[in-house]
Design a binder for this molecule. Structure first.
Ligand code: ADP
Ligand code: MG
Length: 650
């Protein structure tokens, strides 16, 4: 039997260091969290050689009393936790009391600190956790920690470090997270002598985002807010058009602290369902505020991962906050022409759209453009942060958004657009806008007729504040409105309208009985899949029967659809049903409805009777239809100004 010894404190520190201090970025994270806990109003982080040579964190917080400076470096020394009960109510960031000890054990530390109001401060130096120098010092109030030669005494560890650039990037990411979690703190970041960011510390999340992540990010953010059952969600999400190819720009915070959470990620992505292409990820910056007692933040030593007592409630709160933001998204897109490419950007102010009070700005104070100079810069090294792509086991529950953000109006258009879930939402208590009141049933969900190849097109439609100009390339509807030409992708817009209508069961009784059943030869397997799901499909408005020999007889479709290739339709549906695996019914339903909407929508490349376009045009102009179910925008705008510029008139 080997003899059992008690570990020396230094060995214990080294082991803890392995857990807490992985790389320069983790040192920066721990030191800055201490600064936040100390009530700092401004924090400066400076690194040299990726933080391997030197890390400096300076704050203007409460400082450390002369008699406590050495205690602070003892393992399990903390001023934040006295009793077990405190564990539950912990509101501060660090509480394990081992960060300073751990960092000190693997570096050369110099601490300069002066307690607020104290006559003088203290300088303390340690090497590998051993005090080498201590003296009174004339230093400003607050604390500065220098960490030099990280891992100088643990060469094995040092070998694990990537190059300075990569380590520096990881520090940058940590600083960005800090700045975003604390817009009220002015964060200054200096890398190898160059100032990278300096956030204003004005409490405005968007200006912190603008400063650290750049203009590209801050532009096109929507405000998301929701509070339900004591869970507050606030922050920003991107428009579907501003989605990105990975999750690097998804930031989640819990009570102001950066966290990783598959749950929140799934909640956000669920909310974007049907607005994004696969492989595109929404950008978000969301803070969840809730009672610390309902969260276990101590799951992992670096405290990035948390466990919620009531995951379902948190999921719902986030889901509905994001849905609310997407449904309220008000400004249609403006087309900008640059050289040969067309790109969609935010442009038209909703308030400018004649008669469009529905989308008048509301509760946008927090989204005001940041003042002052901006610095360019991006979050780097965050690309690999979110690793796997969970299917997201959760689906939103609840029949409607359980609450609305303060100051938000009940928006009937939004309620309609979200389908059956929000159909049950209470009627708006006060409807003050004429347009809102006048418009409720003419939702654009009215089932448009199939485009008939009729002889004479009806008179060109003319709506309130707009005029139909024509159709170009049999694909784009051209509408004149005010000082602009609006181009509408008729298929995409119609597809979206039908999809929303189908989802909200608007067409419940619109099932089209075919004069004679159409027999589709699908093959045994596909036919089997269809028949297995017969009940499900009939709920959606199909009527089918087994014709034997791998054939299905189709007797009715959910809405009037293009049945030039009924076999193709059923095959596609069989495919979707078969590939669904263990997905939930809701997702399957959406998938099948996509196919239905796509097949029923007016086709690009085919002439459409202008008389039938009115509902579609209005749905787009009022913003009820903004993206096709795949997330492509449905309209583009050419302003007179742009045209004038092209012709050198302006
Ligand atoms: P913890 O943060 O978990 O308490 P640390 O080892 O990180 O443990 O810090 C130990 C203690 O040192 C803290 O509880 C705090 O009292 C003090 N301290 C550390 N950094 C600062 C700072 N920047 N300003 C004021 N006090 C600090
Ligand atoms: Mg700490």
């Amino acid at each position: 039997m080997p003899k059992i010894y008690e570990m020396s404190p230094h060995l214990a520190d080294l082991i803890a260091a392995g857990e807490v201090v992985e790389r320069p970025a983790s040192v920066v994270k721990e030191l800055t969290e201490n600064s936040v806990d100390a009530g700092a109003g401004s924090i400066t982080v400076e690194i040299k050689s990726g933080g391997m040579a030197e890390i400096r964190v300076t704050d203007d917080g409460c400082g450390i009393a002369a008699e406590d400076v050495e205690t602070a470096f003892l393992r399990h020394a903390t001023s934040k936790l006295r009793t077990e009960r405190d564990l539950e109510a912990i509101g501060t960031l660090g509480f394990r009391g081992e960060a300073l000890a751990a960092i000190a054990s693997v570096s050369r530390i110099e601490l300069l600190t002066r307690e607020r109001g104290a006559a003088e401060g203290t300088r303390l130096k340690l090497e590998a956790g051993v005090k080498t120098d201590r003296a009174p010092a004339g230093v400003p109030e607050g604390t500065t920690v220098y960490v030099r030669d990280l891992f100088f005494n643990t060469p094995a560890r040092q070998k694990f470090m990537k190059n300075d650039r990569a380590e520096g990037s990881a520090v940058t990411t940590a600083v960005v997270r800090l700045a975003l979690s604390h817009p009220e703190i002015s964060v200054r970041y200096i890398r190898d002598g160059k100032e990278e960011y300096h956030t204003p510390g004005d409490g405005n999340l968007q200006s912190a985002a603008y400063t650290t992540l750049g203009r590209e990010f801050a532009r096109g953010l929507l405000t998301a807010e929701n509070t339900v059952d004591g869970i507050g969600v606030s922050g920003f999400v991107s428009t579907p058009a501003a989605a990105r190819g990975n999750r690097a720009w998804q930031f989640f915070f819990l009570n102001g602290r950066f966290i990783k959470s598959k749950l929140l990620q799934a909640a956000v992505e669920q909310a974007y369902k049907n607005s994004l292409f696969t492989g595109r990820f929404p950008v978000c910056l969301l803070d969840v505020a809730m009672s610390p007692a309902a969260v276990d933040v101590n799951v992992h030593p670096t405290k990035l991962e948390v466990r919620f007592a009531d995951e379902r409630a948190v999921f719902d709160a986030v889901y509905w906050a994001v849905r609310g933001a997407l449904d309220r998204e008000e400004a249609p897109r403006e087309l900008t022409i640059s050289k040969s490419t067309l790109s969609v950007t935010r442009g038209v102010d909703a308030g400018d759209i004649p008669g469009n009070k529905l989308f008048a700005p509301s509760g946008r104070a927090a989204a005001a453009a940041p003042a002052g100079g901006f610095m360019k810069g991006r979050a780097s090294g965050g690309g690999d942060f979110f690793k796997s792509v969970p299917a997201g086991e959760y689906r939103p529950s609840g029949d409607r958004p359980p609450s609305r953000p303060a100051g938000a109006r009940e928006d009937p258009a939004a309620a309609r657009a979200t389908g059956p879930k929000t159909q049950a939402a209470p009627k708006p208590v006060t409807v003050t806008f004429r347009d809102v009141a006048a418009e409720p049933e003419q939702t654009g969900m009215d089932l448009p007729e199939r485009p008939a190849a009729g002889p004479e097109p009806e008179a060109a439609p003319r709506g309130d504040g707009w005029r139909y100009v024509g159709e170009a390339l049999d694909t784009y509807i051209i509408v004149e409105r005010g000082e602009s030409l609006i181009l509408i992708d008729k298929h995409a817009a119609h597809e979206r309208m039908l999809f929303d209508g189908l989802r909200s069961r608007k067409y419940e009784n619109a099932s089209q009985l075919l004069l004679t059943p159409v027999v589709c030869k699908l093959g045994e397997e596909a036919a089997g899949t269809v028949m297995e799901n017969r009940e499900f499909l009939e709920e959606l408005g199909f009527e089918l029967s087994d014709f034997g020999g791998g054939s299905i007889a189709l007797r009715a479709t959910p809405i009037d659809m293009d049945l030039s290739d009924p076999g193709g339709l059923l095959e596609e549906i069989a495919d979707k049903l078969a590939s669904g695996g263990r997905r939930d019914v809701e997702a399957m339903r959406d998938d099948v409805l996509h196919t239905v909407a796509c097949k029923a929508a007016i086709k690009a490349g085919r002439r459409t009777d202008p008389g039938e376009l009115t509902g579609l045009i209005e749905a787009v102009l009022t913003g009820r239809v903004r993206y096709c179910p795949h997330g492509r925008p449905v309209m583009a705008e050419l302003t007179k100004n742009m045209l004038d510029r092209s012709f050198k008139r302006a």
